[in-house]
Design a protein around this ligand. Sequence first.
Ligand SMILES: Cc1ncc(COP(=O)(O)O)c(C=O)c1O
Length: 358
Amino acid sequence: MGEINKLVARWVRPKIRQLSAYHVADAEGLVKLDAMENPYRWPETLREEWLDLLREVEINRYPHPQAPGVKAALRRSMSIPEDMELVLGNGSDELIQMIAMTVAGPDRRVLSVEPSFVMYRMIATFLGMEYQGVSLRPDFSLDMDTLLSEIERTQPALIFLAYPNNPTGNLFRQEEMVEVVESAPGLVVIDEAYAPFTDVSFIPRLGRYDNLLVMRTVSKMGLAGLRLGLLAGPAAWLNEIEKTRLPYNINVLTQISAEFSLSHQSVFDSQTAAIRQARDQLFKQLQQIPGVKPFASQANFILVRLAPARAGKIFDELRQCGILVKNLDGSHPLLADCLRVTVGTPEENAAFLAAFKP
Ligand SMILES: Cc1ncc(COP(=O)(O)O)c(C=O)c1O
């Protein structure tokens, strides 16, 4: 072993050496149905107005450290109650990290359900926290008996529940989630990344429980490139979490672009409405294909189960036809033989269906 490898082996924490870096597939030249992005661009007039604003940006200056304009726009756009505080993150990924850093310690645990968003586990690992994943039921509902007994046994500092859940697309039952909030000894973060594609939310319940926070992002509504997420909840928690935020984490281009685009909310509303409609149509079309089981979704993607041992081959064939989806086979026992397809434009969905030969 070379000297550098010895050094790395000596100093890099074993838990980090064992990890694989978060993999993002190369999508060059492909129809991108792998990452839950909004496929629509802005109308040309809006792009021109935006560019006029960007021309004036003082790129030589640091951004506003608190981004008050962005916060006000997000409050309006997402109906955050006036008495709730906000913390902004460079994507909700960064917020997950900030929340976890706030409560981290060698004897502190993070709990979530599985399969769910992989960053909950990864970030717990980065911070040297123990992670407890409680398996969902085969229909992807919460396994309440196991969940409540694991909460009681492990006393997690932090619980994440994605609502709707990724990669399964379903909503957990609200009464059961409330039971989790009421049983948890620590924080419960409801991750509403896919809020633009469903009608339900825990935002109206903020303040009712001392340990409830809600996380949102602008990524899925159509601003994934900006990297902007927000955490809403009582000031007592958020003032502490805010201390872990790096100065200027929301850059000046993101601030100006977010404020501008959120003042044109109706553009995103009509795009996300079109995506919801296309999702329901794609679901029905997938239901008609023999040997395929699509799972009903309240998000902008659909999880599809194929016949045993077909997922890898179908994934490769789709790719050869220029279509990139996500192969989840092998990532969790409940995701055996599953692909996840992001809902695209009607043309992209048609291209996917034409190439999809399960
Ligand atoms: C449930 C969930 N939460 C958070 C994120 C991260 O979103 P962001 O782009 O805001 O970092 C994702 C991304 O796929 C997600 O699926």
